[in-house]
Design a protein around this ligand. Structure first.
Ligand SMILES: NC(=O)C1=CN([C@@H]2O[C@H](COP(=O)(O)OP(=O)(O)OC[C@H]3O[C@@H](n4cnc5c(N)ncnc54)[C@H](O)[C@@H]3O)[C@@H](O)[C@H]2O)[C@@H](O)CC1
Ligand SMILES: Nc1ncnc2c1ncn2[C@@H]1O[C@H](COP(=O)(O)OP(=O)(O)O)[C@@H](O)[C@H]1O
Ligand SMILES: [K+]
Length: 486
């Protein structure tokens, strides 16, 4: 399990650890890890460290200090290192002295802007130490020309702890920001490194262990890995039968959108339930494609036993079916039209788990805000929805977030690919996650393991070329095998 911690938690852990260590020890650990990552990258982009050109963008806090000490280490290995100082009088004193002792140079970026941007243009590597977890409100204007020059340069850009300008705790990007190829982060991942839109600016992320004591239960975010998902996936035992494996009911599709029913069933059949029961007007289309489906046209209440329901994909305006499903005392996944048709009080009154799966537009409608507001504040939005509905909420998108009904760490999933932005792929996810619910997973586990498999399946289906939603469903078994190492 990968975890991310808030700035406040990181700072508290840092204080606790610093009290036990000699002064400056933590920064040295950070700088050593940073310099090692930079040396490795320089090997790739410049062939070697010796003789390479390294430029440090240095702000006024400890983030700049990390960059200066790492620059000193690279200078000792023969790199030509220049520190561009945004606030020369406030730059980290110890770091400056170390860099100069190692033969590095400094330049006042404000006093010599042309020389500064020219250095960046000719660099092999740029280290962004403008601002880290102490940053507020996007890059300040004096730093913007340096960030722009770094973006134009052919140099590899390494962000120190965070790309300067992103919001560490939320993943918001409130203004101008540095775009990195690699982010070397210290002690713990910060939420902004895992949540869009900020995540996009971090490039690949490497964690340097500096020994921060961080309790698992204090995490803001959790990201499942293969081994975690493998432990969650239901596997039939020798004496299993289809009912013990779970029956998932799919109440989806309409005369206008029969395909949504087919795709939700396609996902559900690959989700681990022992049987899929379909209820609705698209039974013929479902049976034609998936003859193993148990089809009923008698409505959810008289369809027979199910252990979990999926309601909403392509449902049109069928509010009655949504209300009937919500009245069932088994876990329910609500997607697409179902989100619009569900009565909020009925959702809140439910005693069995509820999993809502909106994309940003649907989440915005539920919250009564603009879509951009949700896209820019994904973490706050998913938490707010979960609290309002007393339900687990899975917010879809390039990084999918799953917030539990009772708070706790939010799960983040990044296995997806933008090829998944194709009509109907959400229907496949709803069937898949509903099937996991029927197999007995909690709403948070079903949502996050479902998103994980769906994302992987999307990658396998696409492999760099467009794929349809049915291709994604067909690739789910491959994603299972990959996760389980079979
Ligand atoms: N907390 C920890 O556990 C550790 C922190 N370290 C480093 O220390 C950093 C935090 O240092 P600080 O607390 O000094 O904070 P930062 O260096 O992140 O930023 C604070 C400074 O930046 C300025 N600033 C704030 N917002 C800005 C903006 N939008 N644009 C430009 N300048 C802005 C402030 O005036 C202040 O001087 C971490 O990100 C990390 O790089 C590491 O050395 C090791 C351990
Ligand atoms: N840019 C993206 N990167 C990764 N995954 C994405 C991206 N855009 C969408 N997805 C995923 O694709 C699926 C689309 O679902 P949804 O928006 O409900 O589409 P539809 O209603 O057409 O089925 C979701 O699982 C979502 O997380
Ligand atoms: K930074």
């Amino acid at each position: 399990m990968r975890t991310a911690y808030s700035v406040e938690t990181v700072r508290n852990a840092e204080r606790e650890l610093m009290a036990r260590l000699p002064e400056g020890a933590l920064m040295q650990r950070a700088a050593a890890g940073l310099a090692a990552a930079c040396a490795q990258l320089l090997g790739r982009v410049a062939g070697r460290v010796y003789g390479s050109r390294v430029v440090l963008l240095v702000g006024s806090g400890d983030n700049g200090g990390d960059a200066l000490y790492a620059g000193a280490r690279l200078a000792r290995r023969g790199a030509g290192v220049t520190a561009l100082l945004l606030a020369p009088e406030r730059a980290h004193g110890g770091g400056l002295a170390a860099l100069r002792r190692a033969g590095g140079r400094t330049l006042d970026a404000g006093a010599a802007p042309a020389a500064a941007t020219e250095r960046i243009a000719r660099a092999d590597l740029v280290l962004d130490g403008i601002v880290g977890i102490g940053g507020r409100g996007g890059l300040r204007k004096e730093a913007v020309p340096l960030a722009d020059a770094a973006a134009r340069s052919r140099a590899a850009v390494v962000a120190v702890d965070l790309p300067s300008g992103v919001d560490a705790d939320t993943g918001r990007v409130p203004g101008d920001v540095v775009r990195a190829d690699l982010t070397v982060t210290f002690g713990a991942h910060k939420p902004g490194l895992l949540i869009d839109p900020a995540r996009e600016y971090a490039g690949s992320v490497r964690l340097v262990d500096i020994g921060l004591p961080l309790p698992r239960e204090g995490a803001e975010l959790e990201a499942l890995q293969h081994a975690d998902v493998a432990r969650l996936l239901p596997v039939p035992a020798a004496e299993s039968d289809k009912y013990r494996r779970g029956v998932v009911g799919i109440a989806a599709g309409s005369a206008r959108y029969p395909g949504a029913a087919v795709l939700a069933v396609a996902g559900a059949l690959r989700g681990g339930a022992g049987a899929v029961r379909y209820v609705g007007p698209a039974g013929d289309a479902v049976i034609a494609r998936f003859p193993e489906t148990l089809v009923s046209d008698r409505g959810p209440q008289r369809a027979g036993r199910v252990q979990a329901w999926v309601v909403g994909p392509g449902a049109g305006d069928d509010a009655a079916t949504v209300a009937q499903v919500l009245a069932a005392e088994v876990p329910v996944l609500i997607d697409a039209d179902g989100l619009r048709l569900a009565d909020a009080d009925a959702v809140r009154a439910r005693r069995a788990p509820t999993l809502m799966t909106p994309h940003a537009g649907e989440a915005a409608a539920l919250l009564g805000v603009a879509r951009e507001e949700v896209e820019g504040n994904r973490l706050a939005s998913v938490r707010e929805l979960a609290a309002r509905y007393g339900a687990t909420v899975l917010l879809k998108g390039s990084t999918t977030l799953v917030a539990g009904a009772r708070g706790g760490p939010v799960r983040v999933n990044a296995t997806g690919t933008s090829w998944l932005a194709t009509a109907g792929s959400g229907d496949v996810l709803s069937g898949l996650a509903g099937s996991l619910l029927a197999a007995g997973l909690s709403a948070v586990d079903a949502g996050s393991a479902g998103a994980y498999l769906h994302g992987l399946a999307g990658r396998f289906a696409a492999q760099g070329a467009p794929a349809g939603a049915h291709d994604v469903a067909e690739a789910i078994p491959r994603a299972w095998r990959d996760v389980r190492g079979d």
